[in-house]
Design a protein around this ligand. Structure first.
Ligand code: GLC
Ligand code: GLC
Length: 678
């Protein structure tokens, strides 16, 4: 029977309604959940039937039965004896959202309940863009879907598009209203139309959900400032520096140059007495206080409402920061995970086809937990950014060797088979060098010195560097910094074009395709960042806009260059070359079952420290092996390791079919190849 599992989770696939009588370990989380559910079930069942009709109500109640522990458990852990009360309230929030869910989306839900691994399929391939920079307004997006379809896109992440505050808004990450679209981009009806147009083509829509903070202009923040009891305790303000100083002593700064510390003085706070408001990011982004369950409920209302507009994937922004604890970094706290588990479980009661993607740019051991890889699995997010892979790709490119990548990737904890990574080369943020001391030491590097080298290299300071990036948030106290710059510029394409050096340009293109070849075949949903398919370079245009000028992350957020896009079909052009290269990665990827999510890549040592080699297996297909040579020179690898003693054939590569001689396979400089068992 469903729910009869003893590990306290309700993730079995059997579905039998009416399992509320099941008991798990005495006194365990199931007990509390079962007790309150048996008291509530009949009443909620009547409400559900009235709201949803008999069949849908049955499905809804079955979902509740299956998720009992995942909903009640977190409530009890986070909010103690208020849990029972809150349990009834969150179920009603979910029921109201289920009732409000449009028919077409319910049909999608049903398909995804039948095919819960839909996002792990090799046909799922992502593209990330800003609406204004891609096509101006939302109503023009449907007209540009062909460009995306040509690339094989089936998953579209539209960068922040909800109504932000006026003026500086951190690229839209300071939301003033979750239920309105930024009027410069269109309306909520436009967004629903976009979702509909995407669904018609079997594409999924991803948008950002900024949960750690709202803009200070958000009505919750304004209500809180004004002393409205409905918003009491939504945010945190301290009367003096005592606690802020104590917290700041162990919190790493996100934006040390213009927003030092994690608190901002707000004179209107505390009834006009003034207070230090918790602001992890910019001073106008106020951290919500999730120790207050009213905040959690309010956010659940926003998530489920947006899900009903047609959002398939929520990119859960800055999730490591949501729970604070004195004496810690105030990141990755256990309660933050519990909170995400709760939001996830409740959202999926209302919208079972919706998945969460964690944006947790943290160290590898912390990262896997956002996918539910705790000591004991608990469903959390289905997807998470593989920032380790991203960082190690750039690190390997700078050093021309992969020992660190092999070490760090090779020891990462396996992720639950029901989850996947999103793999990427560049995004809208800076690159932060998440390289741990232990991994660096294991390959004889000093982590701090290596990070410094990478900063020097990608900011172009290092002698002989091909990269044209810029340092972001240099911290004079700690010596840390991160890097901004577009993929093409960091790969040397900008430098080569300026120097009009054909050989350097060729190398730059090979580097870009090399990185994407790993992102497309390592395992997980590959994300293509807008413009990379045309090798768009850094854009200094942001300097003219005072709201953007101080934040050099804008250098790698160029407007789409449609003139360049028009050349994408011309093989002799830079754009034609890169576009075809990336499009082909997707095309071949789609045909390889072994690249589907749900299994782990295995790092191989093929006998060259310049060549990243990895193997993937899928129970229904033969294995896959990918090789990527980060050195500019050809490198020989052990052919048997790569080709599985001849049982593999090469299915793709940068340089045609590679030859084997005396047991050695030569991988051209900055070249890659994919092999698969027929
Ligand atoms: C995330 C976003 C970043 C933003 C921050 C605060 O890290 O990716 O762009 O500055 O959250 O919302
Ligand atoms: C602040 C934080 C909250 C934390 C509390 C006590 O109120 O916003 O998250 O739990 O301090 O540490």
């Amino acid at each position: 029977m469903a729910g009869g599992d003893t590990d306290g989770t309700a993730t079995t696939t059997g579905t039998t309604a009416g399992t509320a009588g099941d008991t798990g370990t005495a006194g365990g989380p199931r007990d509390g959940a079962t007790r309150v559910w048996s008291a509530l079930r009949r009443r909620l069942s009547d409400e559900a039937t009235a709201a949803l009709g008999e069949d849908e109500a049955d499905a809804f109640l079955t979902r509740v039965d299956l998720a009992l522990v995942d909903v009640h458990g977190p409530l009890a852990e986070l909010y103690g004896d208020r849990a029972d009360d809150l349990f009834a309230r969150v179920l009603r929030t979910a029921l109201a959202a289920a009732a409000d869910r449009p028919r077409a989306l319910r049909r999608l839900d049903r398909r995804r309940e039948l095919d819960p691994g839909w996002f792990q399929r090799t046909r799922v391939q992502g593209y990330v863009c800003y609406v204004d920079r891609f096509c101006g307004t939302l109503d023009r997006l449907a007209g540009q879907l062909d460009h995306l379809a040509e690339l094989g896109t089936t998953y579209l992440h539209l960068m922040p598009l909800l109504a932000p505050r006026e003026g500086e808004n951190d690229g839209g990450y300071a939301v003033a209203d979750y239920r309105a679209v930024d009027p410069r981009l269109g309306t909520m009806a436009d967004l629903e139309a976009v979702a509909g147009a995407l669904h018609e083509r079997d594409m999924a829509l991803c948008i950002d959900l900024v949960l750690n903070h709202t803009a200070r202009e958000h009505p919750w923040a304004q209500g809180w400032l004004a002393g409205d009891p409905a918003y009491e305790g939504f945010y945190t303000a301290f009367p003096d520096r005592t606690l802020p100083d104590a917290y700041d002593a162990t919190i790493p700064e996100v934006f040390p140059d213009r927003a030092p510390g994690s608190f901002s003085w707000v004179p209107e706070a505390r009834g006009g007495a003034g207070g230090w408001v918790w602001t992890t990011f910019w001073p106008y982004q106020w951290d919500l206080d999730y120790t207050n369950p009213e905040v959690t409920l309010a956010m659940l209302g926003e998530i489920t409402w947006l899900a009903n507009r047609g959002v398939d994937v929520f990119r859960m922004d800055a999730v490591p920061f949501m729970w604070k604890r004195m004496g810690t970094t105030c990141q990755n706290q256990p309660e933050g995970h519990t909170l995400l588990q709760l939001l996830h479980a409740v959202t999926r009661l209302a919208a079972p086809g919706v998945v969460f993607k964690a944006e947790a740019i943290v160290a590898p051991d912390d990262l896997v937990q956002y996918l539910g890889a705790h000591e004991r699995f608990r469903p959390e997010c289905e997807l998470a950014y593989h920032n380790q892979l991203m960082v190690l790709l750039w690190s390997s490119l700078a050093t021309g060797e992969v020992r660190l990548a092999r070490q760090a990737l090779g020891r990462m904890r396996a992720i639950p088979p029901s989850t996947s990574w999103v793999t990427y080369v560049r995004g809208h943020d800076d690159i932060g060098w998440a390289i741990t001391d232990a991994d660096a030491a294991a390959v004889g590097l000093d982590a701090f010195a290596h990070r410094r080298f990478l900063n020097d290299f990608y900011s172009g300071r290092f002698p002989g560097s091909f990269a044209r990036g810029a340092l972001f948030q240099e911290n004079e106290v700690t010596g840390d910094a991160r890097v901004s710059g577009s993929a093409a510029s960091l790969c040397g394409i900008e430098d080569a074009l300026e120097r009009d050096d054909a050989a350097a340009l060729e190398a730059g293109v090979r580097r870009l395709l090399l990185l994407y070849s790993v992102a497309y075949a390592f395992g997980g949903i590959p994300l293509l960042y807008m413009g990379d398919e045309l090798a768009l370079r850094n854009d200094a245009g942001y300097l003219a806009d005072p709201a953007r000028a101080p934040d050099n992350r804008w250098v790698h957020r160029p407007p789409m260059d449609w003139a360049a896009a028009a050349r994408r079909g011309e093989p002799g052009t830079l754009e034609g070359r890169v576009f075809a290269g990336i499009r082909d990665l997707g095309r071949v990827r789609r045909s390889l079952l072994a690249l589907r999510g749900g299994t782990e890549p295995e790092l191989l040592d093929a006998g060259s420290d310049a060549v990243l080699a990895w193997r993937r297996r899928h129970p229904r297909s033969g294995a896959f092996v990918g090789v990527a040579n980060f050195s500019p020179r050809p490198r020989e690898v052990d052919a048997d390791t790569v080709t599985g003693f001849g049982s593999f054939v090469q299915v793709h590569g940068s340089d045609g079919r590679l030859g084997v001689r005396s047991g050695r396979l030569t991988v051209p400089g900055l070249g890659f190849a994919w092999f698969a068992e027929p």
